[in-house]
Ligand binder design. Structure first.
Ligand SMILES: [Zn+2]
Length: 284
């Protein structure tokens, strides 16, 4: 089956091709087990042969789509699988921080679908056990005919700029030197743009303008979809809310906080975009 080249080989399909070859992604309690070998980087997506010893610890398996044209399964494993040689356990977050697309998507999808299945075992209306649909990623209540699909929660994330500076905020439970861009869930009934205006105003009391969409990314905690933007603050002075944000500061593009997100995740991508544009303006 051919897929658009922009997808880089991963097709997040719910259809099982029953291909002869299969790829395996191994998960243990929400984290990932990567295959290790001499002289090669740990591998998130492994062949069936590489994953063979793990099958004894398999609690459930299902197809999450196709990788390089062949079916790709997630295996949810018992913790005893951690004793197997030739594998390295990595926290989901650390895999995401290091992984470019499409590995980012594969890791997100595998863990997100496992988590969704675990938390939607029963019908929300009548309480009976849900059944797993055979033809798509859905859970079905036979008595009310309700279909549950993986829940995706859209969020906005925004780098607020003022000239050659960007606003970085620290959450109350973060270490002293860790700062990031502002973000929040889109409320029911709201557009992404309304959520941006509201979140920024609630968290730091700033009004914004010239909102520009930069891109989106899945963030499986548990099913967020981050919509990333750049926006300009109308004024310089802000007031932190003290609840969601402990402190915030303007940082010049060439003097950013010491701990910021890598460009593999949306916050880092926005920061990178801001820096590029600020440098471009200086060069002009
Ligand atoms: Zn029901």
């Amino acid at each position: 089956m051919s897929i658009p080249s922009a997808l880089d080989g991963f097709h997040a399909s719910s259809i099982l091709l029953n291909s002869k070859k299969r790829w395996i992604v191994a998960a243990v309690a929400g984290d990932l087990l990567l295959a290790t070998g001499y002289g090669v980087e740990p591998q998130l997506v492994m062949s069936e042969e590489q994953a063979d010893t793990l099958r004894y610890f398999r609690e459930q398996r299902f197809c999450i789509g196709q990788w390089q044209g062949d079916d790709c399964e997630v295996w949810d494993l018992l913790p005893e699988a951690l004793k197997c040689d030739g594998f390295l356990k990595l926290e989901l977050r650390s895999v995401l921080m290091q992984s470019p697309d499409p590995y980012f998507s594969i890791a997100s999808r595998a863990v997100q679908l496992l988590d969704w299945r675990k938390k939607h075992q029963f019908c929300g209306q009548c309480g009976k056990a849900n059944q797993i649909a055979e033809t798509e990623h859905a859970l079905i209540c036979d008595s009310c005919s309700i279909r549950q699909y993986p829940r995706i929660s859209p969020c906005v994330i925004v780098a607020v700029t003022h000239g050659d500076r960007c606003l970085f905020a620290r959450h109350p439970n973060w270490p002293e030197n860790r700062f990031s861009t502002l973000a929040g869930f889109i409320e029911a009934g709201e557009s992404a743009e309304q959520a941006l205006h509201r979140e920024v105003f609630e968290e730091v009391g700033l009004e914004i303008q010239n909102i520009r969409y930069i891109g989106s990314q899945a963030w499986p905690y548990p099913g967020q979809l981050m919509l990333g933007y750049l926006a300009e603050a109308k004024t310089e002075n802000f007031v932190v809310d003290g609840v969601e944000i402990a402190e915030a500061h303007w940082f010049k593009y060439d003097d950013l906080p010491s701990v910021i997100a890598p460009p593999t995740i949306m916050a880092g991508r926005l920061i990178q975009q801001f820096v590029r544009e600020a440098e471009g303006r200086i060069a002009d």
